[in-house]
Structures are given as C-alpha cells and as structure tokens.
Ligand binder design. Structure first.
Ligand code: AP5
Length: 217
C-alpha cells in the first residue's frame, strides 16, 4: 500500500503516519524528518536547507525530489510506504508520478487531513518533539508523563524552530498557496480521501483505517 498524507502544518500527518506505519508494517517517509536530521548533523545539505526551513518556506523542489527519489529506492519501501510532507507542490506531485511509473508503482490513496487554522496554531504552540527518537507530543492533547522527557526513550523534548508563531503563520500561507492545489489534483485522479482532522487522534486514525479499507475493496 502506497499512501500520501496531505494536510496543513500541524494537521497530524506525522502522528497518523506513525500509527499507520505500525499498523500496516510499512515505513513512514517524512521529508521534514529527513531534512531536520541533515540540519541537526550539520551536513552540507543541512546547511543549504536550514534557512528555508527556519523561515517556514519550502525547500527548492529539485533538492526534495532528489531526496525522496533516493529514499523510495531503499529496500524497506518495497513493501509500501506512507509519504508525509511530500509532495507539497504540483511540480513535486508530477515528479512523484514519474518516479513511481518508472518502477511500475502507483499511489493507492491520498488522505487529506482537514483541520481549521486556529486549531493548527494551538496545536503547534504546544508541540514537543523528542530529540533522541523523534516521538511527537502535545502538552495539552497527548502530554508526556514527565515534563520535558520522552516516555519511550527518556530523551529531552524540544520545541521545533519552525513552531514559533510568526513561522507557523508563514507555513500556513505557503500551504494554502503551494500545497492546497494538490487536493484538486488528486481529486481529479480519484485518489483523495478526506478525514476530519479536528477529531481526537484515535478517532482520526479510525476514520483513516476505515476509509482506506473501503478504498481497497
Ligand atoms: P514538515 O516536517 O513536513 O512539517 P509540516 O508539514 O509543516 O507538518 P508538521 O510536522 O508541522 O505537522 P504534522 O502535520 O506532521 O502534525 P503532527 O502530527 O506533528 O516540514 C517542515 C519543513 O521542511 C517545511 O516547512 C519545509 O521547509 C521543509 N519541507 C519538508 N518537506 C518538504 C517538501 N516536500 N518540499 C519542500 N520543503 C519541504 O501534530 C502536530 C501537533 O498536534 C502535535 O503536538 C500532535 O501531538 C498534535 N496532534 C496531532 N493530531 C492531533 C489531533 N487529532 N488532536 C489533537 N492534537 C493532535
């Protein structure tokens, strides 16, 4: 099963991708996570993309398409994948079509997680991420058992640089201008599944699983 999770920043793509990855046993491929790792390691690629990310802008298509292409060639993606944060522009969506058709694959479903802007601002202001294992928390909706420490690995929790209110505002603007047109693109391909992302995490997950099940029949 090859799935795309589409949605505004903070709509819950990463959270749902992790749950789907565990349920279906297929990898969660997040371009945001890959880029953040490069930034943290201080690689030349990380240096190149840092400024775009901290400003809430998109990293140039050419760079992200290359990263994604390489990642999809890794052996774990042979059994399927969940794309989180890619594609984000029409150019990326069309490049993905080409990459997949070259290896005889296709996207089975695109899940659009719909969340109101006010809720996104609230969620991102309270998001905390584990520095060691990347697990995502929310101080209000799914808080860690101990403040500032990861329940799973004990790692330190941090606030993402791009979760500052002024950057979140920019990311929302970029989503509306660059990524929202993909809803229509995938609707046209009869691949789009809409879920109400305003519901609690487990309920959103249930909706996705049910709708993917219906799509697979
Ligand atoms: P990326 O890391 O992809 O960020 P994003 O798309 O902005 O999404 P987020 O990770 O912020 O949110 P999410 O939807 O995963 O929500 P989460 O599950 O964490 O990209 C970062 C940057 O990298 C971009 O700005 C860009 O610069 C660059 N980049 C990445 N990909 C690129 C590409 N393809 N092209 C160009 N540039 C690219 O949830 C958020 C919070 O809400 C958490 O606290 C969570 O616990 C909580 N939560 C989740 N679901 C619920 C729920 N149902 N109810 C209550 N709380 C919830």
């Amino acid at each position: 099963m090859n799935i795309i999770l589409l949605g505004a920043p903070g709509s819950g793509k990463g959270t749902q991708a992790e749950m789907l990855s565990k349920t279906y046993g297929i990898p969660h491929v997040s371009t945001g996570d890959i880029l953040r790792e490069e930034v943290m390691k201080g690689t030349p690629l990380g240096e190149k993309v840092k400024t775009y990310m901290n400003r809430g802008e998109l990293v140039p298509d050419e760079l992200v398409i290359e990263i994604l292409k390489n990642r999809l060639q890794e052996p774990d993606c042979k059994k399927g994948f969940i794309l989180d944060g890619f594609p984000r522009t029409l150019k990326q969506a069309k490049a993905l079509d080409v990459i997949l058709s070259e290896v005889g694959l296709k996207i089975d479903a695109v899940v659009y997680i719909d969340v109101a802007d006010e809720e996104i601002i609230r969620r991102l202001s309270l998001r905390r991420t584990c520095k060691s294992c990347g697990r995502v928390y929310n101080l209000y909706y799914n808080p860690p058992k101990h403040d500032e420490k990861c329940d799973v690995c004990g790692g330190k929790l941090f606030i993402r640089d791009d979760d500052r209110p002024e950057v979140v505002e920019k990311r929302l603007k970029v989503f509306n201008e660059e990524t929202r047109p993909l809803i229509e693109y995938y609707e046209g391909k009869k691949l789009l599944i809409r879920v109400n992302g305003m519901n609690p995490i487990d309920k959103v997950f249930q909706q996705i699983v049910e709708k993917l099940g219906l799509e697979r029949k």
